[in-house]
Design a protein around this ligand. Structure first.
Ligand code: RP5
Length: 162
């Protein structure tokens, strides 16, 4: 199976990235995690993205906060799908990172998830890999069914007890 590459702009983004890692682990999807910054280590970030396809990656996830150019900088170097996670920082509550990540120029797409959306970034990467992996696709369908069951149980409890 192809790997998911997770790049974070700083180790301070790790709590958000951890949610993505936990989700990938629960599906048995292989991954690699690195800290490369679009601004502090631009060459390493670009090099990683440039070589990602030949190094066995199928999707890249980029987590960054503030002026979050990491996802776009990676997308500039590869035709692999890139998923951006805008991370919340103190000053602007993550709106800065959201806009920096999502507002890509035509020709260089970044699939942007919610602010701090580590879980959804991983699920989206799994959905992409599942297009060519029937076993993974079956696991996703089972998870969706079990998530729905959980909500219906809660509905049942609330309507009985309120
Ligand atoms: C971004 O700046 C990083 O992705 C991080 O979210 C933010 C702050 O980085 P640190 O100053 O905590 O290293 O590039």
């Amino acid at each position: 199976m192809k790997k998911v590459g997770i790049i974070m702009g700083s180790d301070s983004d790790l709590p958000i990235v951890q949610k993505a890692v936990d989700t990938l682990k629960s599906f048995g999807v292989p991954y690699e995690v690195h800290v490369y910054s679009a601004h502090r280590t631009p060459l390493e970030a670009a090099q990683f993205a440039k070589n990602a396809e030949q190094n066995g990656f199928g999707v890249l996830i980029a987590a960054a906060g503030m002026a979050a150019h990491l996802a776009g900088a990676l997308a500039a170097q590869t035709t692999l799908p890139v998923i951006g996670i805008p991370c919340k920082s103190n000053a602007l509550e993550g709106i800065d990172a959201l806009l920096s990540t999502v507002q890509m120029p035509s020709g260089v797409p970044v699939a942007t998830v919610a602010i701090n959306g580590g879980t959804n970034a991983a699920l989206l990467s799994i959905q992409i890999l599942a297009l060519s992996d029937a076993e993974l696709s079956a696991k996703l369908k089972a998870k969706k069914a079990s998530d729905a069951e959980t909500v219906l149980k809660k509905d049942n409890e609330i309507t009985k007890n309120i």
